[in-house]
Design a protein around this ligand. Sequence first.
Ligand SMILES: *[C@@H]1O[C@H](CO)[C@@H](O)[C@H](O)[C@H]1NC(C)=O
Length: 281
Amino acid sequence: MAPRLPLLVAVLAICLLPARGCVLCDPKVKKELDNLRTAYLPDHLDQQHHESFMLRVKQAVKEFNDLEIDENSFMGVIDQHTLEKVSWSLIKDIKRMTESAVKGELFVKEFFWMLKIQKDIYARHMARFQKEVFCPNKCGTMLQTLIWCQTCEKQVHSCHKSVFCGERLVKVHRLEDLVLNCELSWHQAAEGLTKYSFYRVWKNNTESLVSEGKEPTLSKPRVGPEDEGKYRCVLGSVQKTPATILSFTVKVLPERLEEETLPTSADNLTVAHFHDATKTK
Ligand SMILES: *[C@@H]1O[C@H](CO)[C@@H](O)[C@H](O)[C@H]1NC(C)=O
């Protein structure tokens, strides 16, 4: 959670540029292609075809990026994890081809067929990356390190969404524990987060700091009527804009009565089930 990234925050400005195939950003893929040229082609393809073959291969790999530029398919960026997956898939197939020792025209044909299949695999991985990894925050600001396929540079991308992440109503019975949780699902994956600050917001619209730290929760044992009211959580980031702002309205209900804490019908069901199980033994 400590600030661990350069304050350089990049803006996605990629859309109109023809992206280099993202997989070529992985040095392992480059090495595998070099290896193909120097170690495999000499014994398996006429010398005169080497150069044009390699050019066509590089072109085909670049064409992996012929995807619709769209938040659902491709934005010209990839993360390290997805890059590892797509490049591993491609390298595995290149190795499989070179191990089969197929030669000449058949080799060329099979190689491009393999690349066509890899292109589909790549598109699927990219769609998944866009859906699940790229800017998963629905509100607030999330920083994530991405690789720009155009230049293969790693930069920090800032996913800006609406500043406020909403308001939550929290009901708690008198003398029980109040817990306000400010953590959102994407916080774990976000970079450049600093700390969670909880404020009590008074009726006169001033606020006072209640707690501050790496813990995403504010806890208060044995609440009383004086704890009712508005609270605010601000998750800071290395940028000027906070990562998340959440509001809470706390309502303190009367003390819970004894019988409400007796086993619920769900507990009774579990007990009945247990008895059945012992009978069948
Ligand atoms: C606002 O209300 C709080 C709590 O009632 C109080 O402590 C504080 O002094 C008030 N501030 C102003 C500026 O009136």
